[in-house]
Design a protein around this ligand. Structure first.
Ligand code: MTE
Ligand code: MO
Length: 469
């Protein structure tokens, strides 16, 4: 058998995104992807890996980990990395370009689950505010953080309508031509509290978030419905074309998701194209220069670094719309992803975020103060929070704290506090469950709502508490 062509790493590096013949490596093999770029279903994002290794990207876009995708790549193989560039048969780590080098610096108090891409939850201290400070707002990135240095010259938002017509807007045009709105919105990842499901039911597949994959902010921007109406769709009194059923959002780094058109054009739906978060320019981690904020829906639909909007008869084709964010019955271990609806409005949930140790004086020894949040999707207001200090045998009600919520519906969590006697004060499990205005409440067990991806882990939140500690 003929020895494959030996290629030096410095040669690979020259075949970067700017070259006419882009190459990538996978493991120790080299591929000339020139003819694949146009046919690549994910578009030219593949060029991001050109001149270097594609492995880090395929670890992110897990959709590639299939034999038929490997087979496609194999057609483009041109050789092997020269052995003089390998250490123990591998490409040395420092020779591989790190897709995350341009990511921003982050607050050290964030609880990091993965650094690259950055996935980090809000620390419990920061969950006690009605609005979460920007530096400790949880971060959920599937990829790197796109770099947009000069939005006015480098950036345009484009909007494509079902008839193929396309319009585009600069940030300045968006700001000048449409009314600004300020809305307080809680964003919650579908995987919030996934770790509880793992601990109380069984292993789940995904980032093991505790109760901090949720945060709230005041978002400022223009309404999506105003911009869509300007682009030619969904104005009040105007008939919607039959093929206008979903609004797809595409991020600059190739993340994508969609929402139903009914939500996008609802006058009380409050979907924003946001420039600001808590009065400041959007931080890079949270979508600078522009992100969608879809109040009441799973945060996966609030696409950051928004590049393009497509009004379509179909949902977004992304894996995050068609696969990952769906739920199945507790018996289904190998789901047929086409058979379930994508998660949109969030179900009700609540969590304990702090237990204040009682003072040591005799009369207050058995008093306990517990705080937390409760949130329901779809703008459904939280009407009651029940607390148990004996593992769920007896209940009492927490006080709902007043706040400065803004928007057409209850898009933000309710903070609550409970001070009361600790009923069985030896070893106790504190439990919280909430009820919303539709009288939806949380399931008691994780087993009953188990799904292998650990989405929507909304069972009663339990925290063990040992008095005197
Ligand atoms: N948008 C883009 N472009 N890329 C992403 O990785 N992650 C989504 C959503 N929007 C994501 C995105 C998910 S799953 C969540 S939970 C929220 O952003 C997280 O928003 P945050 O990082 O501002 O808290
Ligand atoms: Mo998420």
């Amino acid at each position: 058998e003929k020895k494959p062509r030996q290629i030096r790493l410095h040669e690979v590096r020259q075949h970067n995104a700017a070259s006419r013949e882009p190459w990538v490596t996978k493991g120790t093999s080299v591929y000339d992807i020139t003819d694949w770029v146009d046919a690549h279903p994910g578009g030219d994002v593949i060029l991001r890996a050109a001149g270097g290794s594609i492995d880090a990207y395929w670890n992110i876009f897990t959709i590639h980990k299939k034999q038929d995708v490997y087979d496609i790549l194999e057609q483009y193989k041109i050789g092997e990395i020269d052995e003089t560039d390998l250490i123990d048969g591998h490409v040395p780590q420092d020779a591989i370009e790190d897709p995350f080098v341009t990511d921003p610096a982050r607050d050290p108090s964030l609880r990091v689950l993965t650094a690259k891409p950055c996935n980090a939850e809000t620390p419990p201290e920061a969950l006690s505010d009605f609005l979460t400070p920007n530096p400790t707002f949880y971060v959920r990135n599937h990829m790197w953080v796109p770099v947009v240095e000069e939005p006015e010259s480098e950036y345009r938002l484009s909007i494509e309508l079902p008839d193929g017509e396309e319009k585009s807007y600069t940030i300045k045009e968006l700001k000048e031509r449409f009314p600004m709105h300020k809305i307080t919105v809680t964003l919650q990842c579908s995987g919030n509290r996934r770790k509880d499901m793992t601990v109380h039911a069984k292993q789940t597949n995904g980032l093991q978030w505790t109760a901090g994959a949720i945060s709230s902010a005041e978002w400022e921007g223009v309404k999506l419905r105003d911009v869509l109406a300007d682009a030619g769709i969904g104005a009040l009194g105007q008939k919607l074309p039959e093929d206008a059923r979903h609004v797809q959002f595409m991020g600059l780094e190739a993340y994508g998701a969609s929402i139903p058109i009914s939500k996008a054009i609802d006058p009380l739906g409050d979907v924003l194209l946001a420039f600001k978060m808590n009065g400041e320019e959007l931080p890079r981690d949270h979508g600078y220069p522009l992100r969608v904020v879809v109040p009441g829906n799973v945060a996966a639909r609030s696409v950051k670094w928004l590049r393009k909007i497509v009004v379509s008869d179909e949902e977004s084709l992304s894996q995050w719309q068609r696969r990952d964010y769906k739920c199945f019955g507790p018996n289904v271990s190998n789901p047929d992803w086409t058979k379930a609806k994508s998660i949109q409005e969030m179900p009700i949930t609540s969590a304990i975020t702090s237990v204040l140790s009682p003072s040591s004086t005799e009369e207050s020894r058995n008093q306990l103060t517990v705080e937390g949040y409760a949130y329901s999707g779809g703008g459904r207001e939280i009407v009651r929070v029940d607390i148990s200090t004996d593992g769920g045998k007896s209940w009492d009600q927490a006080e709902l704290l007043s706040d400065s919520t803004k928007g057409s519906k209850a898009w933000c969590w309710k903070r609550w506090r409970y001070t009361g006697p600790c009923r069985s004060c030896d070893e106790t499990t504190l439990v919280v469950k909430a009820t919303d205005e539709a009288y939806n409440t949380q399931p008691e067990s994780y087993e009953a709502i188990y799904n292998p991806r650990g989405n929507l882990a909304t069972a009663w939140h339990r925290v063990s508490y040992a008095p005197g500690t």
